[in-house]
Ligand binder design. Structure first.
Ligand code: C5P
Length: 300
């Protein structure tokens, strides 16, 4: 018997970052939007905990106990007193979300494994308990469980669901190499130096644009405070962003900590043209089309 869970990627339509807290994390106003690119996590009872991975970039995914899917299974087992064979599972991750791309691929696998193990073991955990475990696993993991759109505050883990009044068409350009999230936050600290960094707050025009499903208003309101840091570490991304804008993207931005770049299109036809132009530009590794919002982690 096995359970498979499908989990979406995310793009941050707003990522407002404050000054580092004493624990090293940064306070955020993080507007997450789940997009229709999915990893699938399958859990099967096994002799011992084992993680395998397939799909693009899977050779870069760690298969040891540092893998968020493995950590999720261990955390759920610990909470419900499952030990030995009762906690032993084979987790298979079928990746479609870019690895180390700033689209919460690792977080998706953590949330997916958690939901899959929960279903397999029939723990009866409440949604709140699952969200608590997600928050322990990482700042973006709760959103991967919830999906849709949400405002994340604190270090990004305290979620308020947001209304979205329509579908948005996105194009994503995957870069030739990854960027480490901690490294991007360190570069943010270096670039902001001793300047006074304002408290992060959600943008009202942005929330209104999402609620209305208004693509032009959303395009005018997106922002990412990590973008200068990502561009500083990966300057070639500026050319990719320019190629997307030239092809008609109404907004072009780095997704989260990058290096995936995200392009908002007015409609499906425009998205297809942007995707073709990005591919032809030779400035990225692969290009994907996806619509948002997408549902959160779902047992298939
Ligand atoms: O929470 P998560 O493990 O996904 O975060 C990865 C890293 O990103 C953290 O170790 C930290 O360096 C950085 N981070 C941060 N502030 C946040 C979220 C993440 O500095 N709010």
């Amino acid at each position: 018997m096995s359970v498979t869970v499908r989990v979406p990627a995310k793009v941050n339509v707003q990522l407002a970052v404050g000054a580092a807290r004493p624990d090293g994390f940064h306070p955020l106003a993080n507007v997450f939007l789940a997009v229709g690119l999915y990893d699938r996590v399958t859990v099967t009872p096994a002799e011992e905990l084992r993680v395998t991975c397939s799909g693009p970039g899977s050779d870069q995914v760690p298969l040891d106990a540092t893998n968020l899917a493995a950590r999720a299974a261990l955390a759920l087992a610990a909470r419900y007193g499952r030990t030995g064979r009762d906690a032993a599972v084979h987790l298979h991750i079928d990746k479609d979300i870019p690895v180390a791309g700033g689209m919460a691929g690792g977080s998706a696998d953590g949330a997916g494994a958690l939901l899959a193990c929960d279903a397999l073991w029939g723990t009866g955990a409440s949604r709140e308990e699952l969200l608590e475990i997600c928050a322990e696993l990482g700042s973006d993991v709760p959103f991967s469980l919830v999906g849709g759109a949400a405002l994340g505050v604190g270090r990004g883990e305290l979620l308020t669901p947001l209304e979205v009044g329509g579908d948005f068409h996105w194009v994503f350009a995957m870069a030739s190499r990854g960027l480490s999230t901690p490294a991007v936050f360190r570069e943010f600290d270096r670039l902001t130096g001793h300047a006074v960094v304002p408290e992060p707050v959600a943008s009202e025009p942005l929330l209104a644009a999402l609620a209305k499903g208004d693509v032009d208003a959303l395009a005018g309101a997106v922002s990412n405070d990590l973008q200068p840091a990502a561009l500083s570490l990966f300057p070639e991304l500026a050319r990719t962003l320019e190629a997307g804008r030239a092809a008609g993207a109404v907004a072009a931005l780095v997704s989260g900590s990058g290096p995936t770049t995200a392009y908002l299109a007015r409609d499906a036809a425009s998205a297809a043209r942007i995707a073709d132009a990005l591919t032809a530009s030779g400035t990225c590794r692969t290009v994907r089309l996806a619509t948002a919002p997408a549902p959160g982690a779902t047992v298939l």
